[in-house]
Ligand binder design. Structure first.
Ligand SMILES: Cc1cc2nc3c(=O)[nH]c(=O)nc-3n(C[C@H](O)[C@H](O)[C@H](O)COP(=O)(O)OP(=O)(O)OC[C@H]3O[C@@H](n4cnc5c(N)ncnc54)[C@H](O)[C@@H]3O)c2cc1C
Length: 540
């Protein structure tokens, strides 16, 4: 490793995963380079500048756990921090540990190919420059490859438009979240759509929401964190992280082990009411454990949430439009909201049901639906991401014999532990498909992913090993196991990004993309594999 652009490891992406991977590998004495498309650290929290963007993880549970110094020196102001605060946090971490010196910004990895003879990866950036490393770690993010709908005439729109993940920054006007006097259109009502709609509704002259699929949203119940709670959170940080690590989703919320069907209606309602009034994902992940596995139990919570929507939306016809009819509560990611449903009681907010009146085209003045044209000044696409595999699909990755990852995964991903796939040695996919971290309060599980990879790479250095990839059997078994776990839940009953479904990309195969066994079980399996000399992998 003599050349200046040859490293022990290359990490693609400088979000929360890539930053920690850089830190740990550097701590182990490796020469590491991170390439990042954007011009700053933070990934999700760097890119998603749209108004209203914030956590649905409790801030102090989303934070890194590995530095007492960070815990001591950083103070979260809100239970669910807004995006600018999280971006500041990740920049604070980058500064504290001088991470930027090993990160090249404005450097998108366009290609990566495996050199079998040298057992090295060569990556090529958009500008044609190349670099090599023994290990290639993708930290490209589960929700970083944004998608736009293929609506005819999209480029003809005469006003200003953007995807929420590419919000143009500005000091005034709509870019700084003042929509006074403007007619705004928002396409999309997923988690991001909900966040941005409830903000724009506060100032826009007219806000027209174009909805294809309503979601089961629940109140975030955000609030400030006072000095007393801050002191408690800092003093008990490791206990809080431990509590998260013991739960299915890595959140503070743990399922109530009782069945929803085994308690009286009064008891059930009391729990639902309590959780609905509490902060965060408790209504989803702190509910009766069988709401995600039993159609009967799910039906009960689904009816409860529908009742809440009907109570909160004044016009019964609008309420019905906002109530999903094709899937149960929690079978898709639950968008967390703050007075979202009440927006639709305002005179300046209009809801268009695209199932009844589909968009035919975008025209210079606005959006033409099958019944009429809606003129808008600003058009916001809250149309989501090519989730989980999207960022990887956008890199031309070639493994042994030149096999392309995109071809190998044409019918859906197959992996071992969601970390590796055969034919692509020494490539690790943090927060990738089939990986426990992707279905988690992500940093809690990112730390597990990153530390597991760092330990493995260190093990290989210590044993003088050059190459690792899974056996075909281990990969096949894991892929079947991932599917079997999913089939034990209700997730496959809904079209969602969990299932690889994206209306903007009908070519994607419908299959469960995540690991539904829960974070503790996933970690246990990864630890077990490591303790058995990396069982299921071939090391050379
Ligand atoms: C709006 C929003 C809110 C969210 N809220 C939560 C939440 O509250 N709790 C939670 O657990 N999760 C949340 N998530 C999920 C979130 O993505 C993760 O929590 C976390 O940010 C993932 O970190 P990461 O480092 O894996 O990926 P990212 O943060 O997505 O970072 C990936 C980085 O890789 C870069 N990259 C991609 N491709 C390339 C390439 N080819 N070359 C170079 N660089 C590349 C990207 O530019 C990006 O900076 C949210 C996601 C979104 C979009």
């Amino acid at each position: 490793m003599t050349s200046s652009n040859t490293y022990d490891a290359i990490v693609m992406g400088a979000g929360i995963a890539g930053m920690y991977q850089l830190y740990t590998l550097r701590q182990q004495g490796f020469k590491v380079k991170v390439f990042e498309t954007g011009d700053g650290v933070g990934g999700t929290w760097h890119w998603n500048n749209y108004p209203g963007c914030r956590f649905d993880s409790e801030s102090y549970t989303y934070a890194y756990s590995w530095s007492e110094e960070i815990i001591k020196d950083w103070t979260w102001t809100e239970r669910f921090a807004p995006q600018p605060e999280t971006k500041r946090y990740l920049n604070f971490v980058a500064d504290k540990f001088d991470l930027r010196k090993d990160i090249q910004f404005n450097a998108r990895v366009a290609k990566a190919s495996y050199d079998e003879a040298a057992t090295e990866w060569e990556v090529e950036l958009d500008d044609g420059s190349t670099a090599r490393a023994k290990f290639l770690v993708s930290a490209t993010g589960p929700l970083s490859a944004f998608t736009l709908p293929g609506i005819p005439g999209r480029d003809t729109f005469a006003g200003e438009s953007c995807h929420t993940a590419r919000w143009p920054l500005g000091d005034s006007g709509w870019k700084a979240n003042d929509f006074s006097g403007l007619k705004v259109g928002v396409i999309g009502t997923g988690a991001t759509g909900v966040q941005v709609i409830q903000e724009i509704a506060k100032t826009a002259a007219e806000l027209t929401v174009f909805q294809l699929a309503p979601n089961w949203c629940a109140p975030l119940n955000n609030g400030p964190i006072d000095a007393e709670e801050t002191a408690h959170n800092k003093a008990n940080a490791q206990a809080i992280f431990e509590q998260c690590n013991a739960t299915f989703g890595g959140f503070l919320h743990a399922f109530d082990e009782r069945s929803a069907l085994d308690v009286s209606e009064e008891e059930r309602e009391a729990l639902f009411e309590k959780l609905y009034a509490e902060p965060g994902f408790g209504i989803w992940l702190g509910n009766f454990s069988d709401i995600m596995t039993s159609p009967e139990a799910n039906d009960i919570i689904t009816k409860f949430i529908a009742k809440k929507i009907r109570q909160r939306v004044t016009d019964p016809a609008v309420a019905e439009l906002l109530i999903p009819k094709d899937h149960g509560f929690g079978t898709r990611r639950v968008p967390m909201e703050t007075k979202y449903f009440e927006c639709y009681n305002q005179d300046n907010v209009h809801l268009i049901d695209l199932n009844k009146t589909p968009i035919e085209e975008i025209v210079p003045a606005g959006i033409k639906c099958s019944d009429k044209q809606y003129d808008v000044d600003v058009l916001i696409y809250a149309t989501g991401f090519d989730a989980v595999t999207g960022a990887l699909r956008r890199i031309d990755i070639a493994g042994i014999g030149g096999e392309k990852l995109v071809d190998k995964w044409a019918d859906g991903p197959s992996t071992y532990l969601g970390m590796q796939t055969t034919g692509f040695p020494n490539l690790f996919t943090l927060v990738g498909p089939h990986n426990g971290a992707t279905f988690c309060n992500i940093p809690r599980c990112i730390e597990q992913n990153v530390e597991w990879v760092s330990d493995l790479v260190t093990h290989m250095r210590d044993k003088d090993l050059n190459e690792i990839q899974p056996t075909q059997k281990a990969e096949d078994d894991w892929t079947v196991h991932v599917d079997e776990l999913a089939q034990m839940t209700l997730f496959p009953t809904a079209d969602s990004w969990f299932m690889g479904v994206n209306v903007n990309d009908p070519t994607k195969k419908r299959m469960f993309m995540l690991y539904a066994g829960g974070a503790p079980r996933y970690k246990e399996k990864c630890d077990d594999v490591a303790s058995k000399d990396y069982e299921g992998f071939v090391l050379k």
